[in-house]
Design a protein around this ligand. Structure first.
Ligand SMILES: Cc1cc2nc3c(=O)[nH]c(=O)nc-3n(C[C@H](O)[C@H](O)[C@H](O)COP(=O)(O)OP(=O)(O)OC[C@H]3O[C@@H](n4cnc5c(N)ncnc54)[C@H](O)[C@@H]3O)c2cc1C
Ligand code: FES
Length: 274
């Protein structure tokens, strides 16, 4: 194991510095960690909620003051316990793990859904520094669940942020992928980055393929070791924690039988992707 991997794999404890409510089900937690502060967009960390569990989370922000942020949706035991924690409480951190999005210039389309918007916002900040022309499309079930809207408007300009909600309470009514067909006809994109529900990413992948646009998608699988040893995150020939979580067009082609269709549960049993 390299010295870097040995260092990042070690559990560090830190105190939550700030908690921000983003939506009825999502909160952003910030804390200091000098190693994760060196993360690149797309990488994830393992957050230990004392006495409960350790869970993988995408890095939303990593800055020079060693402050790191993650946006967490309340789903089950660990995320519920985390949501009840406050500034000053202790958590454990390992990481950053995995690869990252390639940071390209040119005309870029970002497609995010749910908390998948978090790593894309981190990426968009970096792409803007490279003077990329960024268009951001985001989707959620309702207006309340559309995350980071104000930050996206400020970063990309209101005209470059397209929104869709399934109930029509904000932006276009329907799925975010419905916006893409038209958008791709109107503009020549050099690259598409996507993160969110896997069915959404599969649709983005198909669309990109049809139009010959390179794509990178960030996948989720059950993570335990996060360093490629335990095998719980396997998809096809890859381990998502080590070879991913970001997969490019060629890699996605190699896993078309599973990507968007099958994943493994905590016992290693193949179950359908919802
Ligand atoms: C690379 C990666 C990045 C992620 N980034 C984010 C993020 O930025 N924000 C966010 O809210 N969520 C993110 N998730 C999902 C998050 O890890 C799960 O929501 C969380 O682990 C749920 O734990 P729980 O105990 O609350 O729920 P549980 O009831 O234990 O699990 C609910 C569901 O969450 C998923 N899950 C649970 N444990 C794990 C695990 N160890 N590895 C992978 N999936 C698990 C499974 O689909 C499970 O069915 C990410 C997952 C991965 C793999
Ligand atoms: S989480 Fe153990 S191999 Fe990926």
């Amino acid at each position: 194991m390299s010295a870097w991997l040995t260092a990042v794999s070690r559990l560090r404890t830190t105190r939550i510095e700030a908690v921000k409510i983003e939506s009825p089900t999502v909160k952003t937690f910030s804390f200091k960690d000098s190693l994760c502060a060196r993360a690149k967009p797309g990488q994830f960390l393992m957050l230990w909620v004392p006495g409960v569990d350790e869970i993988p989370l995408s890095i939303l922000e990593a800055d020079k003051n060693a402050t790191v942020s993650v946006a967490v949706k309340k789903i089950g035991e660990a995320t519920q316990a985390l949501h009840s924690m406050k500034a000053g409480d202790i958590v454990g951190v390992r990481g950053p793990f995995g690869n990252s999005f390639t940071e390209r210039s040119g005309t870029i389309l970002l497609v995010g859904g749910g908390t998948g918007i978090a790593p894309l916002l981190f990426l968009a900040r970096r792409l803007k520094l490279k003077r990329a022309k960024v268009k951001f499309t985001i989707g959620a079930k309702t207006r309340q669940e559309l995350l980071f809207l104000d930050q996206l408007y400020a970063l990309c300009g209101r005209e470059n942020v397209l929104t869709a909600t399934e109930d029509g309470s904000y932006g276009a009514k329907g799925l975010v992928t419905h916006l893409l067909w038209q958008l791709i006809k109107e503009e020549n994109f050099d690259m598409i980055y996507t993160c969110g529900p896997e069915k959404m990413m599969l649709e983005v992948f198909r669309l990109a393929k049809e139009h010959g646009i390179a794509v990178e998608a960030s996948l989720e699988r059950v993570m335990r070791c996060a360093i490629g040893i335990c095998g719980s995150c396997t998809i096809g020939r890859y381990r998502v924690c080590k070879d991913g979580p970001v997969f490019n067009t060629n890699q996605l082609r190699n896993i078309v039988d599973e990507f968007g269709f099958w994943r493994r549960d905590f016992n290693g049993k193949k179950i359908p992707v919802e």
